[in-house]
Every structure is written in structure tokens, then in C-alpha cells.
Design a protein around this ligand. Structure first.
Ligand SMILES: NC(=O)c1ccc[n+]([C@@H]2O[C@H](COP(=O)([O-])OP(=O)(O)OC[C@H]3O[C@@H](n4cnc5c(N)ncnc54)[C@H](O)[C@@H]3O)[C@@H](O)[C@H]2O)c1
Length: 305
């Protein structure tokens, strides 16, 4: 089988080496399309590929139309909104992600950004500490669980709400489970967002919700920008000078948020999963999933079921 890695933004070399080892050990061949600049290059490269590994690359209907032999596409990463799932299904292609492989990287960034925020972006003025502060984790998935683990090390009091994760799973991790996202914001000094972008969550982080945060509250987003109602958050930041907003996903209205100097910070580009370890883990997980799929039809991580 021919496995194609198609990455506009390439994997680390060590990740490609690891993928190659996995793929070739199983008797498959590996092809590489890196740093492509035109969609036509991708459409050409996928023509005879049986499996495709991508990062943030778009796998849309054109890709599935061009890839006549394609049986599986794996997004090396957690979010898979860059894959047109309906088109994949229509072409009988199994679409997978590699959940959990970058969650520690994202979680470490959350705590790093929070230290930066409570120390006033290192502006020379005395700040505050995370120890003893109440942290609310919105969604107790792979990233949320890692944030909880690290935050407990900082001595934070950790709360979580997840619409689907049973309360006892949250409590067993030493975290206080609350009944709603409203309760999470009401109870906490800091809320960290780890929800996916779905029809229910899009625009759900709005004025009324964030306004429930304690005085001096911080909202931190390392999930997806679509979950935030930007106009409402801008209005709230204008009214409440005690609030800070920290994000790893530059908002559409970055220039408007930037007016809240000293209370707003965005990473220049999404940095959460940008570590050598996450890169290697996700790439190798993708290769292993493809191997298992061809060896015994394993579709454990399929997202278009
Ligand atoms: N900043 C980055 O570079 C980066 C990297 C990885 C992931 N992410 C983003 O972080 C988020 C979390 O990733 P993850 O790997 O933890 O995902 P995950 O699938 O492991 O966890 C998501 C959790 O959200 C819960 N959930 C779904 N809908 C909900 C709702 N309406 N209300 C409350 N909870 C709900 C699910 O039950 C699940 O526990 C995603 O948005 C992902 O795209 C960002």
C-alpha cells in the first residue's frame, strides 16, 4: 500500500523518520509531499495513494474525488474540522484523528500562559499566584484532564464541567464536578476552554457566561476561536476592567481585543501542539493506526462512523 504524507507545514524530521519506520516495517511504501503551495500539487500526489496522513491540510471533496485508491485519511492531531467527513464517507474513506497525542503540550501551554497572565505579562509590576485559585475546566477530554493534572501540582482548586463525561470520572481525577457551564464560571477565578467547535458550542462563550467569573477573572482559550462570541466578549471586557482574556487562537477581531492592553494576549500563531514531542507522537500514532487498519480493519479512531 502507498501511504502519502501531505503536509503544507511539515512534520519534524524525527516524526517523518518514525512514520517511515512504521510504514516500511509493515511492507508499505511512504511518499512525501511537503511545503506544497498549490492545491493541484496535493490533488496530483493523492492520485495513487491508499492512505493519507495530513496535519492542518484541507481534505475536501476535490481531494477525495482525485484520490481514487484512497481507503483511509488520518489527521495527525486532535481537531479534524479540516476533513470533509461527508465527502470521505461518500467515497468510502475511513477518516481518523489521533486523539490525545498533543494534549500534554496544550496543557503545559495553558499553565505557562496563566503564569504569564497573573504576573501581568512580566511588565515589572507585582502580580499574583495560581496556588489556591479556582480553575474551571470546560470539557474534561484529553486536554482538560492534562490541565487538571498540572494545575493540581500548582496547588489550584480544580473544577470541571463536561456535557458527556460522567461526573464520577471527573471526581476520580481529584477534580470537583459541577452541573453546568454556568456553575463553572460562577465558581471560578479562571476558566480554561477545552470544548470542540460543534453546533452547540459555537458562539456559546458569551457575555452572560463570562460575566459570571469572579472579580479579576481570566478566560483562557486553547480550543477553537469559533466557540467565543467575540462581539459580546469585547463588550464585556470594555465594561469589566478586572477581566483578562488569553488565547492561543487569534480571534477574528484581534485588533479590537488588542485595545485592552495588559488584559489581552494572543499567541502570534496557534502554539498549543507545537512541540517536538507532540509532533512525533501524533505522526507515529497516525502511522500505527494506518498499519492496524490495513492489517486487520481496525477503525478504533474513525470519526466518520
Ligand atoms: N491549541 C491547540 O493547538 C490545540 C491542540 C489540540 C487540541 N485543541 C483543541 O482543544 C479542544 C479539546 O481537545 P481534546 O483533545 O481535549 O478533545 P477531546 O475530544 O479529547 O475532548 C473534548 C471534550 O469535550 C466534551 N464536550 C463536547 N461537547 C461539549 C459541550 N457542548 N459541553 C461540554 N463539553 C463538551 C466531550 O465530552 C469531551 O470530553 C478541541 O477544540 C481541540 O480542537 C487545540
Amino acid at each position: 500500500m502507498k501511504v502519502l504524507i501531505a503536509t503544507e507545514k511539515p512534520f519534524a524530521a524525527a516524526a517523518v523518520d518514525g512514520i517511515r519506520k512504521e510504514v516500511e516495517a509493515a511492507g508499505h511504501t511512504l511518499a512525501l509531499l511537503e511545503k506544497y503551495t498549490e492545491k493541484t500539487q496535493l490533488l496530483d500526489a493523492v492520485k495513487d495513494a491508499d492512505a493519507l496522513i495530513i496535519r492542518s491540510d484541507k481534505a475536501d471533496a476535490d481531494v477525495f474525488n482525485a484520490a481514487k485508491n484512497l481507503k483511509i485519511v488520518v489527521r495527525a492531531g486532535a481537531g479534524y474540522d479540516n476533513i470533509d467527513l461527508a465527502a470521505a464517507t461518500a467515497h468510502n474513506v475511513v477518516a481518523e484523528n489521533t486523539p490525545g497525542q498533543n494534549s500534554n503540550a496544550v496543557a503545559e501551554l495553558v499553565l505557562g500562559l496563566l503564569v504569564y497572565a497573573v504576573r501581568n505579562f512580566y511588565n515589572g509590576k507585582s502580580g499574583s499566584e495560581l496556588k489556591g485559585k479556582k480553575l474551571g475546566i470546560l470539557a474534561f477530554g484529553n486536554v482538560g484532564r492534562n490541565v487538571a493534572r498540572i494545575a493540581k501540582g500548582f496547588g489550584m482548586e480544580v473544577y470541571a464541567y463536561d456535557a458527556f463525561c460522567p461526573k464520577n470520572v471527573i471526581e476520580e481525577a481529584g477534580v470537583k464536578a459541577v452541573d453546568s457551564q454556568e456553575a463553572l464560571f460562577e465558581n471560578c477565578d479562571i476558566v480554561s476552554l477545552h470544548i470542540p467547535a460543534t453546533p452547540e458550542t459555537k458562539q456559546s462563550i458569551n457575555y452572560a457566561l463570562v460575566n459570571k467569573l469572579h472579580k479579576g477573572g481570566i478566560l483562557i482559550n486553547t480550543a477553537r476561536k469559533e466557540v467565543i462570541n467575540e462581539p459580546e466578549l469585547i463588550k464585556l471586557l470594555g465594561e469589566r476592567e478586572d477581566l483578562k482574556f488569553i488565547t492561543d487562537i487569534k480571534p477574528e477581531a484581534d485588533a479590537d481585543f488588542a485595545k485592552f492592553e495588559g488584559r489581552y494576549f494572543t499567541t502570534p500563531k496557534k502554539m498549543g501542539a507545537q512541540t517536538a514531542e507532540a509532533n512525533i507522537n501524533a505522526g507515529i500514532a497516525a502511522a500505527k493506526q494506518i498499519k492496524a487498519f490495513f492489517a486487520n480493519g481496525d477503525t478504533k479512531f474513525q470519526v466518520n462512523k
